[in-house]
Ligand binder design. Structure first.
Ligand code: ATP
Ligand code: MG
Length: 278
């Protein structure tokens, strides 16, 4: 509180997103390290609307250990907006996947438990993330996994208008986002995050997206056909029964049949004693 942009020294660039650049910064006085996302004021109205939505969500989600914490938002007269966040030392699950090739089931129990806790918190606060994928899940030094990036999230005031919700990355999108009439009885948006979580876990396990061959570039038409007309993806037989059952509970094509985050937290897969954490 009371901090301003000039209290921080830039250490390095962490990455570039659609809406701006993320820097690693240090508080000049306390030497504490943070991540600072800077969105330029002259960016187009869609990006600005997105960042204001993200700011509103970040203001409402400051008390979950499973959501990347926002420590402040600065607005400069020129119109630049910066979001000061907790720094996640180990980067995204996507970058970890690129270096490790794949994740063990044991580590995925840990990932699933963290993300489900985050989703259950968000959904209880009427927030649908809408862009759950490996590059939006950040990991800190203690290997805690947290949900980040609320650029396309929604605060649910009424039920969501599915036709007006075409955002996010289509590879992780649920069938009802493409075709609400067929797959979206009682569509409320929350179940879409569950579908995306399952695809994320499958990608981390297999090393590639289940709808695509290793190395194949995702294209919209291939994915849309696979998601809407194909059977839901399944894990290979090598995966444990608990893991395959868990994925099955998440990947019902009909959104109302999918388990909720709170229900999935009781599933045997995430209650296996991984020996890593509880
Ligand atoms: P998009 O604009 O589509 O969301 P993106 O997810 O890549 O794209 P950002 O969320 O702005 O964009 O983040 C860009 C990159 O910065 C991330 O991929 C990640 O590597 C890094 N990053 C973001 N937030 C943090 C953080 N809190 N701690 C450490 N690194 C971060
Ligand atoms: Mg992102």
């Amino acid at each position: 509180a009371g901090a301003s942009f000039s209290d921080f020294k830039t250490l390095e660039v962490l990455g570039h997103g659609n809406s701006g650049t993320v820097y690693k910064v240090e508080n000049k006085r306390t030497a504490a390290v943070y991540a600072l996302k800077v969105v330029h004021g002259d960016s187009d109205p869609t990006v600005r609307r997105q960042i204001f939505r993200e700011m509103e969500i970040l203001r409402r989600t400051t008390d979950s250990p499973f959501v990347v914490r926002c420590h402040g938002i600065f607005e400069k007269p020129g119109g630049d907006i910066s979001i000061l966040m907790e720094y996640m030392e180990s980067g995204t699950l996507d970058s970890i996947l690129k270096t490790t090739g794949s994740f063990s089931e044991t580590s995925l129990v840990h990932v699933a438990r963290h993300v489900l806790n985050g989703l259950s918190y968000l959904h209880a606060h009427k927030i649908v993330h809408r862009d759950i994928k490996p590059s939006n899940l950040l990991v800190n030094r203690s290997m805690e996994v947290k949900i980040a990036d609320f650029g396309v999230s929604r605060i649910m005031t009424r039920t969501l208008d599915p036709c007006n919700s075409y955002v996010g990355t289509c590879a992780y999108m649920s069938p009802e986002r493409f075709d609400p009439e067929t797959y979206g009885a009682n569509y409320d948006g929350y179940a879409g995050d569950i579908w995306s979580l399952a695809l994320t876990l499958m990608e981390l396990y297999l090393g590639h997206l289940p709808f695509l061959l290793p190395g194949q570039k995702p294209d919209w038409a291939t994915l849309m056909c696979a998601i809407c007309f194909g059977d839901p993806p399944r894990l290979p037989d090598e995966a444990s029964d608990e893991f395959r059952s868990f994925i099955g509970c998440c990947l019902h094509k009909e959104s109302s049949k999918r388990w909720t985050a709170a229900q999935l937290l009781t599933h045997p897969f995430v209650n296996k004693d991984s020996g890593l954490d509880k």
